[in-house]
Design a protein around this ligand. Sequence first.
Ligand code: AMP
Length: 266
Amino acid sequence: MRIVRHVDDAREGLRDARAGGRRIGLVPTMGAFHAGHLALIGAARASCDVVVVSLFVNPAQFTQPDDLARYPRDEAADARAAEAAGADLLFVPGADEMYPEGFDTWVEPGELGRLLEGEMRPGHFRGVATVCTKLFAIVQPDVAFFGRKDAQQVAVIRRVVADLNLPLEIVALPTVRDADGLALSSRNVFLSGEQRASALALPRALEAGHAAHRAGRDPVAAAREILDAEPGLEVDYVAVADFDGQTLAAAIRVGSTRLIDNARLE
Ligand code: AMP
């Protein structure tokens, strides 16, 4: 696996593959890899000739300076894990490479980027849409892989790709969970044992919401009931939205850690 830090080197590293008509897959990430990331890389490996993984903690999508400052980073471990999962090229740009002096163009999602996560974190999806559009332009993949764990992100990216006529396919993969049901997230490392126990109300609530929906009842009310009963957590939102299909989405805060999760209702 090659590690490159500059846009020109990434392009150069992919020139022959592109000229040879080989299928290029991209997995955009912010690192601190867990089995969810590795599932995306594995899916890319299984269906592409060349697998590119980007590792960039994108300042533009963070809305709290503390969250950016404490975001877990371990490039050496990530490089080993990406290689073992089958990556051919690891693109690790610095912030200056992605947002050089004078950078002044943004991809601004519309309504889809303003609700739920977008409302809680204004500007978040503008950062996501911009960095993904840049990565698509740099790597020019045939296909890019995203996790349904971030269902609204998948919906926003699909919208961007459709609206800007970007020539790639978007593949969304199911959420990978720990044995106790908690969705894997780079931010889970911040949870104490007690906080993790509270956080487990999130997948439980989504399960209950899904069951309520199947039984013809209100999924939001069913999920809310479980989250409201759990001490030690604050609910940011519970709602049904059309994210790549009808989705029950929720965000909670446990101490200073914010977690999101969702369940597809169809
Ligand atoms: P991140 O590094 O958090 O930006 O995530 C990079 C990609 O991995 C995104 O497409 C996420 O949706 C995906 N991802 C994160 N957590 C999971 C998970 N538990 N299962 C599946 N995909 C995930």
